[in-house]
Design a protein around this ligand. Structure first.
Ligand SMILES: Nc1ncnc2c1ncn2[C@@H]1O[C@H](COP(=O)(O)OP(=O)(O)O)[C@@H](O)[C@H]1O
Ligand SMILES: [Mg+2]
Length: 393
């Protein structure tokens, strides 16, 4: 393993390097200050050993070009790409970009499912960015939670798609010259793993994996690198509902439509996948809405006669997650593909409007005022008639 470099406390060109905020396969990302503009930046510095390698040098500069090619509110803005001498006099390549004051999506998930509504709000933005990347003729090729940066703790969350290190324009380029696969196999599409041509649908597959991870707290396939790759190639997609159920006791099922959608996004045949990132996330929203008719009743809800309690919101986010909980029980790919259809999503049962329910509690309860007045008037008339008859006889 290469020793990890840490430039914290030193200067790189006009940047004052403060602290490490992330490390990836070929670089270290620092929080730094641009002393010329006096603004905070994220500084991605390529590993010096790799910087000597022409292929990696080119890849790094490609990343800068690709990132800056897409001007989009959900793509991390790039400020500069350059080289400068490090504290040891050796030259470093760096990218300066907007410092995203938050966490990446992998940290946010942290082995626990996100509430579906929150997951969809975040992924809506990622989908927008990804479709924009595709509209530029680019394929990101490394869509995964660690490459989605999320800003806005305690307020509306804003995401940025980051790390365009593997992005490319052509049919090749996602492997080193030595033929090594680049990227994370956990989220990689079968065609990418096989070294076949890739396109926007390759990113849709990865986004489907990210959706699965957001909703269940774990990636669809786990195990050794070889096991994960084999599972992607075999395409036996686990049902997200089953995985969530095993991880979180009492979690409301995601529903068969969500499971089917994820299965479609993770199809080994790219032509079976949703045609855009927005379509994928939009369909997920529709499927989850069907599952939980979010319509909160304006009037007090009628009492259901039977059936399970009906959840109003998504699964609770446990405070202490157990990332391994899913592994212990596992999910059944066989059941997901050929098993009997999951139980129909819970429906709110319409209770009969029994007279005894009326007039119990609530503003609409009891007879109306005009009805009371009529009854009283009627009684008075009857009494008067009786008195009149008695008087006459
Ligand atoms: N602009 C940024 N602002 C804040 N954190 C960042 C930024 N860019 C990257 N990071 C953090 O650094 C990690 C690694 O960055 P990334 O660009 O993905 O590098 P790599 O190519 O080495 O994977 C990210 O997962 C994230 O946690
Ligand atoms: Mg990364």
């Amino acid at each position: 393993m290469r020793p990890e470099e840490d430039l914290s406390g030193s200067s790189l060109g006009r940047f004052r390097v403060e602290t490490v905020i992330g490390r990836g396969g070929m670089s270290t990302v620092y929080r730094a200050t641009d002393t010329r503009l006096d603004r905070r930046v994220a500084l991605k510095v390529i590993d010096p050993a790799l910087a000597r390698d022409d292929e990696f040098r080119t890849r790094f500069l490609d990343e800068a070009r690709n990132t800056s090619a897409v001007d989009h509110p959900h793509v991390v803005p790039l400020y500069d790409v350059d080289r400068a001498a490090g504290p040891d006099g050796e030259e470093r390549l760096y990218i300066a970009m907007r410092y995203v004051d938050g966490r990446d999506l992998a940290m946010l998930i942290g082995g626990r499912p996100l509430a579906p509504e929150r997951a969809l709000r975040l992924l809506d933005q990622v989908a927008d960015a990804l479709d924009a990347v595709h509209a530029h003729g680019l394929v990101h090729l490394d869509v995964k939670p660690a490459n989605v940066l999320v800003e806005g703790r305690g307020g509306p969350e804003h995401t940025y798609l980051a790390d365009f290190g593997l992005t490319h324009r052509g049919a090749t380029g996602h492997r080193t010259h030595a033929g090594d696969f680049l990227g994370s196999p956990t989220y990689a599409a079968p065609e990418h793993l096989r070294g076949e041509p890739v396109d926007a649908r390759t990113d849709i597959y990865s986004l489907g994996c990210v959706l699965f991870t957001c909703l269940t707290g774990r990636a669809p396939y786990r195990g050794s690198v070889t096991e994960v790759i084999d599972a992607h190639l075999a395409g036996k997609v686990p049902a997200a509902t089953a995985v969530l159920g095993a991880a979180v006791t009492g979690a409301p099922p995601l529903g068969r439509d969500v499971d089917d959608l994820i299965r479609r996004a993770l199809a080994t045949d790219p032509s079976s996948r949703p045609s855009s990132a927005r379509e994928l996330v939009g369909s997920a929203r529709a499927a989850l809405t069907r599952r939980t008719p979010a319509a909160r009743p304006a009037a007090p809800p009628p009492r259901p006669r039977e059936g399970p309690p009906i959840p109003r919101e998504g699964p609770p986010i446990p405070r202490e997650g157990n990332p391994r909980a899913g592994r212990a029980t596992g999910s059944s790919p066989r059941a997901a593909r050929t098993g009997p259809p999951a139980a129909a999503p819970p429906q709110r049962v319409q209770a009969p409007t029994a007279p005894s329910d009326l007039g119990a509690f609530g503003p609409g309860a009891g007879p109306s005022r005009p009805a009371v007045a009529l009854v009283v008037a009627g009684a008075v008339v009857v009494v008067l008639v009786v008195v009149l008859v008695l008087t006459l006889t």
